[in-house]
Design a protein. Structure first.
Length: 125
């Protein structure tokens, strides 16, 4: 995977976002960080192109987005579709979960992530 330079402004914004994660993002990060989920390596608030994704597993080109209620609005839906299209064109698979699902069923969210990777032939530790 070729290294893409990230603009200083995007990098600073990603750093700021890491310091102000939502409750749902924090809950999921607690499950993903330090290779806790089957040894998978995830990064949080990672820049890809001109976007910052909530979580990314670079080794398996998987992006995980945790969405609040604003993502149900028409304009945001269109933006998310464009963004996901860009990421998919770069070879990433995008999974989206609602904040509520993460907060109420973190086990189910983690099992879904693992099932998607298993379907793609990923072997776990």
């Amino acid at each position: 995977m070729p290294h893409q330079s990230v603009s200083p402004g995007l990098k600073a914004n990603a750093k700021r976002m890491r310091k102000s994660m939502t409750d749902a993002e924090l809950k999921l990060w607690n499950e993903l960080r330090a290779h806790r989920l089957e040894g998978l390596g995830f990064k949080r608030q990672m820049p890809i192109g001109n976007y910052i994704v909530d979580f990314a597993c670079p080794e398996h080109r998987l992006v995980i987005e945790v969405d609040g209620s604003q993502h149900a609005e028409d304009q945001v839906i269109r933006y998310d579709e464009k963004r996901s299209g860009y990421l998919e064109a770069q070879g990433w698979q995008v999974l989206r979960f609602w904040n509520d699902d993460v907060l109420k069923d973190i086990g189910g969210v983690c099992q879904h992530i693992l099932a998607v990777l298993k379907e793609r032939g990923v072997k776990f530790q």
